[in-house]
Design a protein around this ligand. Structure first.
Ligand SMILES: Cc1cc2nc3c(=O)[nH]c(=O)nc-3n(C[C@H](O)[C@H](O)[C@H](O)COP(=O)(O)O)c2cc1C
Length: 339
C-alpha cells in the first residue's frame, strides 16, 4: 500500500478542470502543476492510447502532481421514438453543413482499458464523472497511492460516493461549464448553487472536497474554502490560456460580445451541459435525453461547425463566469484563482 496523494499538500489549492474535446492539453496540466496547483487531463471521449500519450507528455514538462478524469457511462436506453424524431430534425442543419449525421450508439468509453491504464501509469489523482465506480475500483486506486475523486452535484450523490469508498469528492455547482456530472441521466439538472452545496456536503462527509462551478476569482475561492473545500477547480477560467487546446471557434465566441449568457442544454449530446447560448441551443430546447447516443449523432455536425467557424452551431461549453475569462499564461490564471 502506498501513501495516497493528499490535496492539502498542494502549494496552491487550485485545480484545472478536466476538459474533454481539446482544451485539456498536457501543456495546460503541466503549467498548472508547475505553478503549484494540480493540472488535470481529460480521458473522456479520447482513445486510450492518446490518454497514455498525454500522461507521458505532461510528465516531461512537470514533476508536479497530475490528475486524470474518466467518464462512467452506465447502460442507458433512450426513448427510440424521441431519439429518431430529434435526429430527423437535425437533417436540415446537416445538409447545410454538408455532413452526414452520426449513428446513435451506446459504448462505455473504453472503461476497462482506461482504468487499467491509470492503474499502470499512476497519476496522483483520478476523478470520475457521470457516475460512481464500484468499491473495488476505489480500493485498487488507493492501493497504488492514487487519490480517487467522484464528481457529485447533490448531497445524496456525495454520501453514496463516500459510502462506496471514494477518497475525495468534486462538488459541481449549477454554475459549471460543460456537462453536469449528475449520475441519473434522466434527472432534471439540479439548480443548487455551489456555495450551498459545499456548505451542505463538506459538513456531512469525512473526505476532502473540491469545489467547482463558476469560479473566476480569488474571493470566491476563499469563500468556498471557508465553507470547507480543500481546493477549488476551474475550467472556463482556463479556456483562453496560451496552453489550452480550446479551438478557434470556441475562443472567438468567448470574447464575442454577442454571446451574453450561458444556458443548460441537451441539444448537443443528450446530457445536460452548460454552454454559451447560440442558435442551435435555442432551436433545440426540447432535445431528449440520450447520452452517449446523441453525442455520436451530432458529432460530425459539431466538427463541421467548428471547422467552419460557425459559432451558432458549435458547442461552446462555458460556465456562468465566462465574461471574466482572460487570455495569457495558465500559471497566471492559477495564481489569480488561489485564495
Ligand atoms: C470545455 C469544458 C469541458 C469539460 N469537460 C469535462 C470532462 O471531460 N470531465 C469532467 O469531469 N468535467 C468536465 N467539465 C466540467 C468541469 O469538470 C467543471 O465542473 C467545470 O469546469 C467547473 O465550472 P467552470 O467551467 O465554470 O469553472 C468540462 C467543462 C468545460 C468548460
Amino acid at each position: 500500500m502506498n501513501d495516497v496523494f493528499d490535496l492539502r499538500d498542494l502549494a496552491l489549492p487550485v485545480i484545472s478542470s478536466p476538459m474533454a474535446g481539446g482544451p485539456s492539453t498536457p501543456a495546460l496540466a503541466a503549467a498548472v502543476s508547475e505553478a503549484g496547483g494540480l493540472g488535470f487531463l481529460a480521458a473522456g471521449s479520447t482513445a486510450p492510447e492518446a490518454v497514455a500519450a498525454d500522461i507521458n507528455a505532461a510528465r516531461v514538462d512537470t514533476t508536479g502532481p497530475l490528475g486524470v478524469n474518466l467518464f462512467v457511462v452506465d447502460a442507458y436506453e433512450p426513448n427510440p421514438v424521441l431519439l429518431d424524431s430529434y435526429r430527423r430534425s437535425l437533417q436540415p442543419e446537416a445538409t447545410r453543413l454538408q455532413v452526414a449525421l452520426g449513428e446513435p450508439q451506446w459504448e462505455d468509453d473504453h472503461w476497462q482499458a482506461k482504468l487499467d491504464l491509470v492503474l499502470d501509469l499512476r497519476p496522483d489523482m483520478v476523478s470520475f464523472t457521470f457516475g460512481c465506480p464500484a468499491d473495488d475500483v476505489f480500493d485498487a486506486l488507493a492501493h497504488r497511492g492514487i487519490l480517487s475523486c467522484v464528481t457529485v452535484s447533490s448531497l445524496d450523490e456525495a454520501t453514496a460516493a463516500v459510502a462506496r469508498g471514494a477518497g475525495s469528492l468534486c462538488i459541481q455547482g449549477h454554475e459549471a461549464g460543460g456537462h453536469r456530472a449528475t449520475w441519473d441521466a434522466d434527472a432534471s439538472p439540479s439548480t443548487s448553487p455551489l456555495m450551498t452545496l459545499v456548505s451542505a456536503i463538506a459538513s456531512s462527509v469525512d473526505v476532502p472536497v473540491v469545489a467547482a462551478g463558476g469560479i473566476v476569482d480569488t474571493s470566491t475561492s476563499r469563500a468556498l474554502m471557508d465553507r470547507g473545500a480543500v481546493a477549488v477547480q476551474a475550467g472556463t477560467a482556463y479556456l483562453l490560456t496560451d496552453e489550452a487546446g480550446t479551438n478557434a471557434t470556441h475562443r472567438a465566441a468567448l470574447v464575442d460580445p454577442n454571446f451574453t449568457r450561458t444556458t443548460l442544454t441537451r441539444a448537443f449530446t443528450g446530457r445536460w451541459a452548460r454552454g454559451l447560448e447560440n442558435r442551435f441551443i435555442a432551436e433545440h430546447a426540447d432535445a431528449p435525453a440520450g447520452y452517449p447516443h446523441l453525442h455520436h449523432v451530432t458529432f460530425p455536425l459539431r466538427q463541421a461547425a467548428i471547422a467552419a467557424g460557425d459559432m451558432e452551431v458549435a458547442h461552446l461549453w462555458a460556465g456562468t463566469g465566462h465574461s471574466h475569462v482572460r487570455s495569457g499564461a495558465a500559471a497566471d490564471v492559477t495564481r489569480a484563482l488561489a485564495p
